[in-house]
Design a protein around this ligand. Structure first.
Ligand code: DX5
Ligand code: ZN
Length: 218
């Protein structure tokens, strides 16, 4: 199976946002990845509800919304209203993760949990059957364009072994420093969704970069 490709708009040209969205619509990408940062959970602030609504109007593919915010429970229904299809919260930001995941599902969205590079996949054992997706951060969250952390490979392997027992349909998404050089190994270890920001948008030919990620194993 080819991986799901989710280009991160964080690295897009916001002066030409409509054009960038149309490029993704026309490409082999599967989702739009939207990074929401609050300046508290991560040392950066990105964008919020008005931009998501705007993207939703133009996007012809699902919105994969990655919340790097504290207290995500406060805003779950608002993210649904503005068009999120997949809502991903951070393990490190949720005291009552089970409740948060159930609230996301009750709103009719797919539920994902993200782990920072230092957080062990073992901690997901009891919540795994309830999840649609796990997003493994392969950089420290907050910024695009950082270097891929090699330890991610063994986390993927371990998580895929857990999911084979507890949730075979789990999507394992990798976010941070993904490019054509590591894609094959990520997929071989068990990842099936890839986020890419700078690799796609800093290129002369973003459509081709998306295609390269999509087809690297085939
Ligand atoms: C980082 C974000 C990523 C970011 C990835 O905190 O979660 O989605 O946009 O950017 P690249 O692909 O440039 O590492
Ligand atoms: Zn992200």
């Amino acid at each position: 199976m080819k991986p799901i490709i989710s280009p991160s708009l964080l690295s897009a040209n916001f002066n030409e946002l409509a054009k960038e969205i149309e490029m993704i619509n026309q490409s082999e990408a599967d989702w739009f990845h939207l990074d929401i940062m609050d300046g508290i959970f991560v040392p950066n602030i990105s964008f919020g509800f008005p931009i998501i609504s705007h993207v939703k109007k133009l996007a012809k593919k699902p919105l994969d919304v990655h919340l790097m915010i504290v207290e995500p429970d406060k805003y779950i229904s608002e993210f649904k209203k503005v068009g999120a299809d997949i809502l991903v919260v951070h393990y490190e930001a949720c005291t009552h993760l089970h409740r948060t995941v159930q609230s996301i599902k009750l709103e009719g969205m797919q539920a994902g949990v993200s782990l920072n590079p230092h957080t062990s996949v073992d901690l997901l054992e009891d919540i795994l059957p309830d999840l649609d997706l796990v997003l493994l951060m392969s950089v420290n969250p907050g910024f695009g364009g950082q270097e891929f952390i090699e330890n991610t490979y063994s986390k993927i392997e371990k998580l895929r072994a857990m999911s084979n027992k507890k949730n075979p349909n789990l999507i394992i998404e990798i976010d941070g420093g993904v490019d054509a050089s590591n894609t094959k190994r990520l997929i071989d270890k068990g990842a099936n969704a890839l986020v890419a920001g700078s690799f796609v948008f800093k290129s002369e030919n973003p459509t081709k970069m998306i295609s390269d990620l999509k087809n690297v194993n085939f």
